[in-house]
Design a protein. Structure first.
Lengths: 292, 338, 238
């Protein structure tokens, strides 16, 4: 029983962090048709942003998460304005934007390295303490992570489904010409998507670093997993991505417990490849291309 | 085989270039410079194969450095564990890389373009992590634990080409010509692929997939073939790299190395013929220049990547072509001649 | 009477290929204008230029008395220039009702929007029955109705409908055209694009024939029936 609780808790925590890291990515893919290879840095700068806001600017700890959201959104906006916007109509966009955002990621990583060095600072945004449940010691920290992630994702879902603003985003993702014909300012919609995705990634960064520590490369691993999750869920499906993240988090926790930490990701990847063979467009994805 | 005019033209340029490189050691004696040129050969090969599979084959593969590392590791392990002669290990390593490409391709290539990029990226990352985190000692070497796949330190100090014994102080010349040989074969075969039947097939696939399929050109089959070819030569380059530097380690899987080579491809011009060579040279010059800036070296690379993709998507090759066309006075830019 | 829409010498193309070679036309308010002609000769392109989806140049492009040649799509929609595109382009993962509400995206008055919605359901009862269904589960005819309904929801001054009969069975086309006849009677300004003029001749006030990216004939429906040569060339034996 204790093992089960432990695995479920670890799995949900992982799933929560992955979900935050992936939902933004899915949103960007669904709306802009773009793979954001700078996602790792959106995550990282959010973490460092919270750290600096509290440590350097002296903000109170509970503003750390909003700081991460803000910095993430800013990076998303800047990336869009400087780069994505120029490349949107061009041929070979899919491939070129991956390379461009990869470049952005490298630049950002280096800037973070220059500014902070490689020292693994502790993320001040965290909660200490624990309680006992069924003979298992449960810390507040992972619970906080799960709660915050769930909150942010529900908020995003409400935003997308219930607001006019969210409907514009979904419409743009489904059919950009039709969206324009409804009077949606699609350029502004893209900007909004990049900001939201950046904010979510920034929050993921704050939460992830609260469990380990800050480092300029901290976003690399979450990004790979986020990509994998998005692919399995079916690119662009935001709701499916969240669910898949949680499932994969639980799966990874289980494998890690029984076979060792290093096999967590390979097992996940193996599962992903199997899923893709069975369903080439992802679990919830839709066939949009005529197979030839 | 179609020996089109374009094919012959490019092959001629290649032969001339190889001749120049062959004669170069007569003029350049400095070991450091020769070493740099050898390194140039390695990256140029990887860049050319990456350009082949991505720019011509249309496969967004992020596994190219994986194949490179595969070749290096296979060579190191065959020589160290199996006692194989390195000359035998080289082509076998290339074949092993090609085989892994077929495996990966079978899993990935039927999927949409972006999926391939992600999966190849994920696979490469995963293998690196698996290698680094392996702590089981496969055997003890001089009382030092040696993991099966080399662990975090990798393989080093194994048997190389043996030129130190033969040429003594001029051993680097021996390595130089070996690498040049691999480079030459790679470039020539690549030109044949790009400008021969396969190139035609890929252009057909790119221009009108439906029609190409109806004529019996299976995109999957062609992509698999080119994927395997590119993996073979990339693996061969990796194997030769291992032989030259006597090293094969997990740093070869680093994403930053992959990005460096990718920027060589992009800066040179994705989809061109000579872009990879130009790009490799340019990036290596930039890296050399940025060595003064220490840590910020990657910054320059990242910037170069972004600037080129945004402002010069055709790379230097396309820019050079535009200049050449303007100089020649013609208004049309022919795609085939690139 | 000043024209609601007036364009002169409009040119446009895809990349370096020009498709429209100097199109000029005028559309009077409260009339039905039919744009006919063989497919692939610029009719859809013209509509996409009018709604701002494609870049274009024109000597004159006035709508409602104002020059909108440089205005982006959303401004044109805000001014009441509504385009119901060819092939419907419905938001496939949204329900019928959500699609219709998207049509009213720029409208602020919730009450008026609900009233419009009720009107659309009265107009196309089938849509009302299917209001909660996802758009991609509709039949061809229902999709067409949803597209037109979505355009109606914008409550614009001018509605352009691109090929309302495209891909539909004759019986369904009848239904759609019954609806269009109602719209025409209600005094709206409508432009309808059709390849075949047979049905549209009944409701149009004015017609123009487009061929090779140019208007080659324009006049009243009555006049068309006397243009034997045109009828022969474009529509086969009369």
């Amino acid at each position: 029983m204790e093992i089960l609780i432990q695995i479920v808790l670890t799995g949900l925590t992982l799933g929560a962090m992955y979900a935050l890291a992936s939902v933004g990515l899915a949103l960007i893919w669904g709306t802009l048709g773009m793979f954001n290879m700078a996602q790792n840095m959106f995550i990282t700068v959010g973490a460092y942003g919270a750290y600096s806001a509290i440590g350097v600017l002296g903000w109170p700890i509970w503003l750390g998460l909003p700081a991460g959201l803000l910095v993430g959104a800013l990076v998303g906006i800047i990336t869009h304005v400087l780069i994505v916007r120029q490349m949107l109509g061009r041929p070979n966009f899919e491939m070129n934007i991956m390379v461009a955002t990869a470049g952005v990621g490298i630049v950002l990583e280096n800037l973070v390295l220059q500014a902070y060095g490689g020292y693994p600072y502790r993320q001040p945004v965290n909660i200490t303490g624990s309680f006992k449940l069924g003979g298992v010691v449960i810390s507040y920290q992972p619970l906080m992570i799960i709660l915050i992630a769930a909150l942010l994702i529900v908020l995003t879902a409400v935003l997308l489904l219930k607001t006019r603003f969210g409907r514009a985003i979904r419409a743009t993702a489904m059919n950009i010409d039709a969206a324009r014909l409804m009077g949606v300012q699609t350029e502004r919609t893209y900007l909004q998507v990049m900001a939201i995705a950046g904010a979510l990634a920034g929050a993921a960064g704050v939460l992830i670093s609260s469990m380990s520590s800050l480092s300029p490369q901290m976003g690399a691993d979450p990004m790979v997993k986020a990509f994998v999750i998005c692919v399995v869920a079916g690119l662009g499906n935001v709701a499916g991505t969240g669910a898949t993240a949680v499932v994969l988090g639980l799966f990874e926790a289980t494998i890690q417990f029984y076979f060792g930490v290093r096999f967590g990701f390979p097992a996940m990847l193996g599962l992903v490849i199997l899923v893709l063979i069975w369903r080439p467009n992802g679990l919830f994805g839709r066939k949009s291309v005529v197979r030839l | 085989m179609i020996f089109s005019k374009a094919l012959r033209g490019h092959a001629l340029i290649a032969v001339l270039m190889i001749a120049v490189f062959a004669a170069l050691p007569l003029v350049v004696g400095e070991r450091y410079l020769l070493g740099q040129i050898i390194t140039f050969f390695f990256w140029a090969i990887v860049a050319s194969q990456w350009n082949l599979i991505m720019g011509h084959g249309g496969v967004f593969s992020l596994a190219q450095m994986f194949f490179f590392a595969c070749g290096a590791y296979a060579t190191a392990m065959m020589v160290e564990y199996g006692g194989l002669s390195i000359w035998l290990a080289l082509p076998i390593a290339g074949l092993i890389s090609a085989a892994s490409a077929l495996l990966i391709g079978a899993a990935c290539l039927r999927l949409a373009g972006a999926y391939v990029a992600l999966l190849t990226y994920a696979i490469a990352t995963m293998v690196q992590v698996l290698i680094i985190t392996d702590t089981n000692c496969y055997q003890m070497v001089n009382n030092v634990c040696q993991e099966l796949l080399g662990g975090a330190t990798g393989f080093s100090g194994f048997e190389d080409f043996g030129f130190r014994k033969l040429l003594k102080a001029n051993w680097i010349l021996g390595n130089y010509y070996v690498v040049l040989a691999v480079f030459s074969v790679t470039i020539l075969v690549t030109i044949v692929v790009i400008h021969g039947r396969y190139g035609l097939a890929f252009r057909a696939i790119r221009d009108n997939l439906g029609y190409a399929s109806s004529r019996g050109i299976s995109r999957f089959r062609y992509q698999m073939i080119v994927f395997a070819i590119s993996a073979f030569f990339t693996g061969l380059a990796g194997a030769t790299y291992g032989g030259h530097f006597k090293f094969a380690g997990p740093s070869l899987f680093d994403f930053s190395t992959a990005m460096m080579v990718l920027s060589m491809v992009i800066v040179g011009g994705l989809g061109s013929t000579w872009g990879p060579i130009i790009g490799t040279a340019v990036i290596m010059v930039i890296i050399e220049w940025m060595k003064e800036f220490g840590d910020a070296r990657n910054l320059g690379l990242g910037l170069a990547l972004v600037l080129f993709v945004v402002f010069m998507p055709g790379g230097l090759a396309a820019a050079a072509k535009r200049l050449a066309d303007r100089a020649r006075g013609s208004g049309k830019i022919g795609k085939a001649a690139r | 009477m000043t024209a609601l829409l007036s364009i002169e010498n409009l040119t446009a193309g895809y990349g370096k290929q020009p498709v429209l070679h100097g199109v000029s036309l005028e559309i009077q308010p409260k009339s039905v204008f039919a744009l006919i002609g063989p497919n692939g000769h610029g009719k859809t392109t013209l509509l996409r230029c009018l709604s701002g989806l494609i870049a274009h140049k024109a000597d004159k492009f006035d709508f409602g008395g104002e020059d909108i040649g440089a205005a982006p799509s959303h401004i044109r929609v805000a001014r009441g220039l509504i385009h119901v595109p060819q092939g419907d382009l419905l938001f496939r993962d949204m329900s019928v009702e959500e699609n219709l509400l998207m049509g009213a995206y720029l409208r602020n008055d919730a009450g008026a929007v609900q009233a419009s919605l009720a009107d659309v359901y009265k107009f196309f009862p089938r849509l009302g029955e299917r209001r909660a269904q996802l758009a991609n589960s509709l039949s061809g005819g229902e999709r067409r109705m949803a597209g037109i309904g979505r355009g109606l929801m914008a409550a614009g001054q001018f509605m352009m409908i691109d090929e309302p009969s495209l891909g539909l069975a004759p019986l369904i086309i009848e239904q759609i055209y019954d609806g269009l006849k109602e719209l025409a009677k209600s005094g709206r300004t409508i432009l309808i694009v059709e390849e075949n003029p047979m049905r549209i001749v009944e409701i149009a006030d004015h017609m123009a024939l487009m061929d090779g990216g140019q208007i080659v004939w324009s006049g009243s429906p009555a006049a068309l029936t006397t243009e034997k040569k045109i009828l022969q060339t474009y529509f086969g034996a009369v």
